[in-house]
Design a binder for this molecule. Structure first.
Ligand code: MN
Ligand code: ZN
Length: 340
């Protein structure tokens, strides 16, 4: 079968690899139908993702059809349409024992530490497969994974209707967060440097948009939050050189600052802001068994992922797709690789 492998940074190959076979543990064979391109896949391609190892078949937003079951529990049958959880954890370390398997000490992420979804078949445990909602095409269903990342953020931030949330950067990740965070009833402020993204965010339910290229973020936040308090939760969905320091600056007392970036580049922050405001600075990584929650939201009609995909490429044209990502074309929302 064919697969897309990043042999080393900036070296993408279409390779032939052996079709996986099921065993006791990986008891379900899935024929991959669509796989999303995520910022972290681009990071692995360019060598800027500090946790990835090479060579690697990348891709962690993968959906497909069950074609074979070895010893299922009855949850799945051949022909079922599924999305595959990317997280593999050990089950016995401190994090796992405290129900935080997404940060397992022995964590293996499909498409990062072990081979992922840019290939024609995958053998995975049945427990890692979730049935897709009827109403979603395979292509749109890849968006369930970014949704779970946003759900994880909301859970790490303990976001409630009482909060004012600042989303710093409203690209693909920030937009996913916006879509889920608005269900909490929190007031939502977005900031970005690109006007087009801000306008789209306003259409998608953001209450305020601040263009960081034209306006002073700190001053605007004082103006638009009650008593100039600032946001009570902020999320770094941009991970730029000064983003963390900025968020420590503008987030209100007793607030939460959530990081989601994977950059290894040093950034300068001072303890003063964290201590005097008693900020909670928390990471939000991947997702912790959030697939069913995302699927439930879709089935309850609270979340519509139809039409979220902006571009499609055949998976053997992955090089073209990644080159297109590098153009940073503003029309890019979600790019999906197709397998049929
Ligand atoms: Mn992703
Ligand atoms: Zn563990």
């Amino acid at each position: 079968m064919k697969a897309i492998q990043i042999r080393k940074p900036n070296d993408l190959r279409v390779i032939d690899m052996e079709k996986p076979v099921t065993d006791e543990k990986n008891n379900v064979l899935v024929k991959i139908k669509a796989a999303g391109i995520c910022g972290s896949d681009v990071g692995i391609y360019h060598g800027t993702n500090a946790v990835a190892s090479y060579p690697r078949v990348i891709g962690h937003e993968m959906v497909g059809e069950v074609v074979e079951l070895r010893s299922g529990t009855g949850k799945l049958k051949p022909g079922d349409r599924v999305i595959i959880d990317q997280v593999i954890n050990c089950g016995h370390c401190y994090a796992c024992r405290h129900n935080r398997g997404n940060v397992c000490q022995n964590l293996q992420v499909r498409g990062v530490h072990v081979d992922g979804g840019y290939r024609e078949y995958m053998a995975v445990p049945e427990k890692d497969c979730y049935l897709l909602p009827e109403c979603l095409s395979y292509e749109d269903a890849v968006m369930i994974e970014p949704t779970t990342i946003a759900i994880q953020f909301c859970s790490r931030a303990e976001l409630t209707a009482e909060d004012t949330l600042l989303i710093y950067g409203v690209g693909v990740l920030g937009s996913s967060i916006l879509r889920i965070a608005r269900l909490s009833g929190a007031k939502i402020i977005v900031t970005d440097l690109v006007e087009e993204k801000l306008q789209r965010a306003l259409q998608n339910g953001a209450d305020f948009a601040i263009n960081g290229a034209k306006e002073n973020l700190g001053e605007r936040l004082k103006e638009i939050t009650e008593d100039g308090y600032g946001p009570t939760v902020s999320v770094d969905a941009a991970c730029t050189k000064n983003s963390l320091a900025t968020l420590l600056d503008v987030t209100g007392n007793a607030g939460r600052v959530i990081t989601m970036g994977f950059s290894n580049a040093p950034t300068e922050v001072t303890q003063m802001k964290i201590t005097t405001k008693e900020l909670d600075v928390r990471g939000s990584r991947l997702q912790n068994k959030k697939f069913q929650e995302a699927i439930d939201l879709i089935e309850q009609g609270k979340l519509d992922l139809n039409g979220a995909v902006s571009h499609r490429f055949k998976f053997t044209d992955a090089q073209k797709a990644f080159d297109f990502v590098d153009t940073k074309d503003p029309s890019i929302r979600k790019i999906v690789l197709t397998f049929d």
